[in-house]
Every structure is written in structure tokens, then in C-alpha cells.
Design a protein. Sequence first.
Length: 229
Amino acid sequence: MSIEKIGSFPIHIHALKDMDKALDEICKKYDPKTPEEEEKLLNLCPYFGIIWPSSRALATFMSERKSQFTKRKGIEVGCGLGLPAILAAKIGAFMQATDFHPDVGEWVAKNATLNQVNIDYQEWDWSAPDTHSDKITMGQYDFVLASDVLYESRHPEELARALARLVSPKGSIYLSDPGRVYLEKALKELEKLGFHRVDFTFDVEESSHRPEVRLEKTRKIFVFEFIRE
């Protein structure tokens, strides 16, 4: 377990002890032979198992703007270990967290318990537009969170559409990213959907694949706030 200091909030996080070792074990276990098996293996890799800098930046952003989230209904997509969702719940938001990975729910539940907050978790893949869940109410969230989720060429359009469907007419979208190759396209897609954007930057601690190791260096992360024009 590690402790993330987000503003005045100490957040307790149960994370993988060694990401590299976990990846090696999964590769040995499945040993893919076909492209389909390789894709399945990639989806099973526990990249969610550490705190990434973008989630730190998004949580920090929220800790400095508590009134924008307190007593409001929010959802985090691609939540991983759930740091932003936990921080939002700490400051009084009613939170739902989602991720496509089948193991994430257990980790989010542990971290919510460690931090004495309630988070409604639902397994859900935002990049699969036909995926439906009765527990996710489209267009009803006061705010939508996403951190470091742009990894494939198809993601900018899919992410923009998913976030736009989730947020209420007067709600806000908060996206954080370290500047990956598909970021600019995602920003433009959200603007095409009628959202106005405000940009912020944060220097946050870089992450190690082992939670007890501190790299003692920072990384610049971009946080974007979107509201409908």
C-alpha cells in the first residue's frame, strides 16, 4: 500500500507490488500464438495496477476546486485504481467508477474501503459504443473524469463521443493526459461536439512500476476542462 498526498488529502492506495513482474507472469501464462490471442492478452495486462501521473494531476486539479465537485454526481471512465474517483468522493461527490478490465472492480473496492468512501463500480468499456449498462445513465452526470486513456488511433473519436453522451447538458468534462500522440485529435473532436475548453498544466510526481520506489522527478501533465458552449 502507498499513500498519495493530494492537496490536503492523504489517499491510501492498494497497488501492484511490481508491474513488470505481473506483466511477465501474464505473458508466461497465456503465451499467445495468434493475433487474436495477442489482443486478448493485451487487454488482460494489468496496466491499471499503478498510479499514473495523469491521475495524480486530475486528482490535484479537483482538490484545488472542491466546490465544482462537492454534492455533485460524477463518473470516471478507465478508472484503474480509482484515485480521481476516490478524491472526488472524499470532497463530497457521488461517484461511479468504470473500467473495461475484469480485475479492476476488486481493486477499486479495496481502495474505496481503505479511504472510507463509497464508490459505485461498474465494468464498462467506453471504447465499445454498443456496450450497454443499465447502471450507467447517459446524460445525467454533472461531471465526467478521464485520465490517460488515449492509446489507439480509434480512441479520439470514441472517447469524445462517450464523454459527450455521459455528461449532462450543463455538466463538465475533465480530461488529463501527458501529451500522447492522439491527444490533439481528441481535443478537436470534443470541440466539434460543441464543447469549449480551458487548459491547465501540473507538474506531478513520475510513477515507478513498484509503489515503494520514488523516482524523485516530476512530469508535466495537461488537464482540460470542457463545458458546452
